[in-house]
Design a protein around this ligand. Structure first.
Ligand SMILES: [Zn+2]
Length: 430
């Protein structure tokens, strides 16, 4: 490690400790993507940190080496999972899948990074004993106030020991949704999972899948909070070193494309599913052990950037107004890498009330309610939450019916207007 108290640079692979890397994809430096600002903070200097994606030369794990202190990023966190009905449905499916597989019929369930406790509540609804571990103080407090028992802490081997001691039993189910890609000391997390997991327990974790990042051009999921971009190949060896075993893997649609890993103790009771070998073969076919897919991705992103920036410049030159829809964390990566700012995008409309009234990190684009899009409509609205583009176009089609045009920046620039909206909705799946 080198650096200062806020920014450090890893010198060894997060999974296998190898010190040798290749740069897979260089992105423009940004502030932390979720460091939204209040108006009173706009005059305070923000730090930008390098944002380059590296690949380990030994295990081929794709990762960031520039680490921003998690206490800077995660102690107050604006994302609340319970706010999205689509995501709640996804969590119900996850719960049913896990309960269908779990061999223990009176399980104790622990969730790592339990957010507002939405998944805990879904398990509680089935009469299951649960405990969340959540580092964000505001979310842990919210969960506890709503009867979803939550420990306000980072998950590591010490936390695992404490949870086991306090509950008098290991966990039969450990869930970790969209959280393990955020954790730098991943070896210690899996040491904790190994110690906390009961002998017939299963651990299920979901993360963005590197294959989807590469295939769909999801480069904007790369930001400092996501320090790992997981794939099956490096994960098998990593788990083996931790005394664990990957016994099944499923591709799922969340976050634009994710993977659900099923893990047990090495030699545990769950049969090895063929999905592991199938996905491993697919990754090899894609060339994920080489730099070629990343070079192709960089070229595609450069083309998307040029198309969107040209379109916005053309609209601005014609006196048109351009706003944005959605202020997800990924907007920070895209705006910095595409060199877009408040001069290009008047405001971002976002349904999340926790984000309304704030400004985007670095670029200081104001975030407002969605109402202005209809009450005083701009000419163009860029859908920055582009992985939800279809449902946004469908629910907000009044904007298009009134003459507005949506711009969907990725996977390649698409304009949705009065002429093509019906065709778009009929032929597009989210
Ligand atoms: Zn490695």
């Amino acid at each position: 490690m080198s650096g200062d108290s806020v920014h450090t640079k890893r010198t060894a692979c997060r999974l296998c400790d190898c010190p040798d890397f290749d740069v897979a994809f260089g992105l423009e430096p940004t502030p932390p993507a979720n460091a939204y600002l209040k108006s009173s903070e706009l005059g305070v200097a923000e730090r930008c940190f390098p944002l380059d994606l590296y690949v380990c030369r030994r295990c081929h794990h794709a990762q960031l080496l520039d680490i921003v202190d998690p206490s800077v990023m995660f102690r107050h966190y604006a994302y609340v999972s319970g706010t999205s009905p689509v995501f709640v449905r996804h969590l119900q499916d996850l719960r049913d899948e896990v309960l269908g597989r779990c061999l223990n019929k009176t399980p104790f369930m622990v969730e790592i990074g339990s957010n507002d406790g939405t998944l805990l509540q879904l398990f509680r609804d089935k009469g299951i004993k649960v405990l969340g571990v959540e580092p964000a103080e505001n979310l842990a407090a919210f969960a506890n106030e709503n009867g979803r028992p939550t420990r306000n802490d980072f998950f590591n081997s010490d936390t695992a020991d404490a949870v086991k001691a306090e509950n008098g039993t290991g966990a039969h189910i450990i869930c970790a949704n969209n959280v393990l890609a955020h954790i730098d000391p991943l070896q210690d997390v899996f040491a904790g999972i190994k110690r906390l997991l009961d002998k017939d327990g299963l651990c299920v974790w979901e993360v963005s899948y590197l294959v989807d990042v590469v295939e769909k051009g999801l480069f904007d999921t790369i930001y400092h909070e996501h320090v790992s971009y997981h794939s099956v190949g490096p994960t098998i060896g990593f788990l083996k070193n931790a005394g664990l075993e990957l016994f099944a893997a499923q591709r799922i649609s969340t976050q634009g494309g994710s993977i659900r890993f099923f893990v047990q103790h090495a030699g545990g009771p769950y049969p090895l599913d063929k999905s592991v070998q199938e996905l491993l073969s697919y990754e090899k076919k894609l060339g994920l052990e080489t730099l070629e897919p990343f070079k192709a991705l960089a070229a595609r992103i450069a083309a998307s950037s040029k198309a969107l920036c040209d379109k916005i410049a053309e609209a601005k030159a014609a006196g048109k107004r351009v706003a944005g829809y959605g202020a997800p964390a990924k907007v920070t990566t895209m705006m910095h890498h595409f060199h877009l700012g408040a001069a290009d995008i008047e405001y971002l409309a976002d349904e999340n009330p926790l984000k309304q009234g704030l400004y985007t990190p670095g670029k200081h684009v104001p975030i407002v309610d969605v109402a202005p899009i209809f009450e005083n409509p701009p000419d163009y609205v860029v859908i920055f939450a582009w992985n939800f583009a279809r449902s946004i176009v469908e629910t907000r089609r009044a904007f298009v019916d009134n003459g507005g045009r949506f711009l969907i920046p990725l996977p390649s620039l698409l304009e949705v207007n009065r002429e093509n909206i019906d065709h778009y909705l009929a032929t597009t799946r989210n």
